[in-house]
Design a protein around this ligand. Structure first.
Ligand SMILES: Cc1ncc(COP(=O)(O)O)c(C=O)c1O
Length: 391
């Protein structure tokens, strides 16, 4: 008789990202001959700028194909430090910046490095699912901070005050925001900073969409007095430079976290490939025109999508001020959002995500990624309109 093979019980607390599951289902339908318009995945549909790819090719040709420092090569850390300093108007030095295989590892390892059972972590609801996954996995207590549709999906500082306690170990802020496209104002961040300054909470500011702000200007909580010292300031190449497959993110981290985070990288991924970091340097320091053109295109698509969604019966959509997501409320269609998302894929060939994939607050909403061509977006709106007409 063989002993039974069991898995770790902690796996029950490890979440996932439903975008990948819906993408897999959409691909399955496509393999069966169905035509699907993809509005589920959060990846820019543009080529990586040519000069960025060329920098990687040159690096490979020069033989930079071996291990390199786990914290990142010095040139990359300096380039990322300058970029963060200039775009947030804060002092950042290369020694405080770490590179990782995308922004995601920072999310997970920052939670592992700061939290343990009994600690509380405040995070946005709706929010990027990896936050709750990491919090639950370490056994800390997830404390959702509701994002208010009537505040264009930013949090109410009063709600933050209500949730802060002496057990709060980490507060996660994400602006511009996935899944809603909401942008937190500098005034709200100042109020949050005033509360956090005297707390014992670390802050994780996920700013991977920082360049995609269409109205007003981007504000980082690290620009508030006393915040940089307690904040893991996270950004990356994936979204800004259409480099999701390259896997390169970077963060400015407080002194006490530099060594722990580096050790997580030594223990797991070893390093970001050096040629990817060379591409990153080219992206951060080279011409910005392709990235800017992509962002302008996203703004035009946003306008198209929001207008189209608001023209649908039972659908209302706030105008997102950033990122490349719309988060329409579909309560008035009379079809539960979860069911609507499934049926739109199966019956209308439009892949998008139910708001419930991001927490409890957005259960009446859908997430629409407008990282697709204007032509496909228009066709998707027509398909949804035809589907709703038939109900
Ligand atoms: C809010 C947010 N943070 C982090 C990430 C991860 O980005 P990366 O590709 O750099 O790991 C994403 C990707 O969708 C995101 O939406």
């Amino acid at each position: 008789m063989t002993a039974s093979l069991t898995l770790a019980s902690s796996l029950e607390r490890l979440g996932t990202e439903s975008a990948f599951a819906v993408l897999a289902r959409a691909k399955q339908l496509e393999a069966q001959g169905q035509d699907v318009i993809h509005l589920e995945i959060g990846a820019p549909d543009f080529a990586t700028p040519k000069h960025v790819s060329e920098a990687a090719f040159a690096s490979v040709r020069a033989g930079e194909t071996s291990y390199c420092p786990s914290a990142g090569i010095p040139d990359f850390r300096d380039a990322a430090a300058n970029y963060l300093a200039e775009t947030r108007d804060i002092p950042v030095e290369g020694r405080s910046v770490l590179a990782a295989n995308g922004a995601k590892p920072f999310l997970f390892f920052a939670v592992l490095a700061t939290c343990e059972p009994g600690d509380e972590v405040i995070y946005p609801d709706p929010g990027f699912p990896i936050y709750e996954s990491a919090i639950s996995f370490v056994g800390a207590t997830p404390v959702p901070l509701p994002l208010r549709e009537d505040r264009d999906f930013s949090f109410d500082p009063g709600d933050l005050a209500d949730r802060l306690s002496e057990r709060t170990k980490l507060v996660i802020v994400n602006s511009p925001h996935n899944p809603t496209g909401g942008v937190v104002s500098a005034a709200d961040l100042a109020e949050a900073a005033a509360m956090l300054r005297d707390s014992s909470a670390w802050v994780l500011s996920d700013e991977v969409y920082s360049r995609m702000v269409y109205e007003g200007s981007f504000a980082s909580i690290t620009s508030q007095p006393g915040m940089l010292e307690r904040t893991i300031l996270l950004d990356g190449l994936s979204k800004t430079y259409s480099m999701t497959g390259w896997r390169c993110g970077f963060a400015a981290v407080p002194d006490a976290l530099i060594d722990p985070l580096e050790r997580f990288f030594v223990n797991t991924t070893s390093c970001v490939p050096p040629f990817v970091q060379r591409a990153g340097i080219a992206a951060l320091t080279g011409p910005q025109d392709e990235s800017q053109a992509m962002i302008s295109e996203f703004q035009a698509r946003r306008d198209l999508v929001v207008e189209g969604l608001n023209g649908l019966p039972g659908v209302s959509c706030r105008t997102p001020r950033g990122a490349f997501y719309a988060f329409p409320n579909v309560a008035e269609t009379g079809i539960p959002a979860d069911e609507l998302a499934t049926r739109l894929l199966d019956e209308a060939g439009v892949a998008l995500l139910a708001g419930s994939a991001f927490g409890t607050v957005g259960a009446d909403n859908l997430r629409v990624s407008y990282a697709n061509s204007a032509e496909n977006l228009t066709a998707a709106i027509e398909r949804i309109a035809a589907f709703l007409d038939e109900q």
